[in-house]
Design a protein around this ligand. Structure first.
Ligand code: BDR
Ligand code: CA
Length: 317
């Protein structure tokens, strides 16, 4: 069993990934930590509680960061054109959900849970990396106590999706992402190189909904406007970014990867760009790169098999 903390900003594709984690037989979902990103943290937390209630997910929800780790960074508008005003494709979601939150802030929940299960906890982070960076700042030892980190974010050999060079989760808090990538733990980076080519069509999702239970039908409903948004890039379908990271956690053999130190550009016209210094390439000594841990950067994916695993897992209920 994989003990997982899911750090998320639900978020349409986050919702599908949550159901995948909840339903995968080898995943023990220990907690859901929320972060700002696809909407404010108030909204993403309410959405996490809503999905927990609708789908009977036992894992606790802990509310996380509302702003970037560098408080001097200007706030940006929420991407309502992608995930809707309410973050869940503008389906009906009550203003408030009558379920308790974990009393701890997300980064503290992460620290306590990692410490409670040394060497076992996997952090699957599919939003801004702010909670993980705050946890590392407060308790740097968790880098050696967590089993590993799997993130959805970044882009290495393909363009960005919020700037020519940057992906949304990284661009939304570059300093936090740089802290996470350079900490002495094992990070697997699932970025646009693989997620942008893993697209689920409206009809594939519709067929899943026809066969699936209430939860899968809800996913279908909340994904409709997200699919409309993607019409510039996908033919009647959507990129299932966050589910790719969750699939990697249980089926890394469906991915190919390279390894190397990863850094994030903080500021300037390349703000939020992710760069890998591939292992085996030699450069003159450079304090910005030398001595950093080698991370795994996914560059290839068996998209059809990934989609099938998502479908089979969601329909297995
Ligand atoms: C990432 O940004 C968000 O819009 C999605 O939920 C995903 O985590 C894709 O760039
Ligand atoms: Ca997300």
């Amino acid at each position: 069993m994989h003990k997982v903390i899911y750090d998320t900003d639900p978020g349409v594709d986050d919702a599908m990934a949550l159901l995948f984690l909840h339903r995968h037989p080898e995943i023990d979902l220990l907690g859901i930590t929320t972060v700002f990103g696809n909407a404010s943290v108030e909204t993403t937390t309410r959405n996490a509680l809503f999905l927990k209630r609708e789908w009977n997910i036992p894992a606790p929800v802990s509310k996380g960061a509302s702003v970037t780790i560098d408080s001097a960074r200007a706030e940006r508008p929420w991407p309502a054109m992608v995930h809707g005003d309410n973050g869940l494709g503008d389906i009906d979601v009550p203003e408030t959900i009558d379920l308790p939150l974990d009393p701890r802030p997300a980064h503290r929940f992460i620290i306590d849970t990692v410490r409670a299960h040394p060497g076992e906890v996997r952090l699957v982070a599919v939003g801004r990396m702010t909670n993980l960076a705050l946890a590392l700042k407060e308790d740097p030892e968790i880098a050696t106590l967590a089993k590993d980190v799997v993130i959805m974010g970044g882009n290495f050999y393909v363009p960005g999706n919020v700037s020519p060079v940057a992906e949304a989760n990284i661009h939304g808090d570059p300093e936090a992402a740089d802290i996470v990538m350079t900490a002495p733990w094992k990070v697997a980076v699932i970025g646009l190189d693989v997620t942008a080519i893993t697209t689920m069509s409206r009809s594939y999702l519709g067929e899943m909904a026809a066969r699936g239970d209430k939860a899968v039908k809800q996913l279908d409903a909340l994904s409709q406007s997200y699919i409309d948004f993607y019409k510039h890039a996908v033919e009647d379908g959507m990129m299932v970014h966050d589910s790719c990271a969750c699939v990697y956690a249980v089926a890394p053999e469906l991915f190919s990867s390279i390894s190397g130190a990863v850094r994030v550009v903080c500021g300037g016209i390349a703000d939020g760009q992710t760069i890998v210094r591939r292992d085996g390439r030699h450069f003159p000594p450079d304090g910005a790169w030398d001595g950093l841990p080698s991370q795994v950067v996914c560059t290839g994916i068996e998209s059809e098999r990934v989609l099938d695993l998502i479908r089979n897992t969601l329909l297995a209920a």
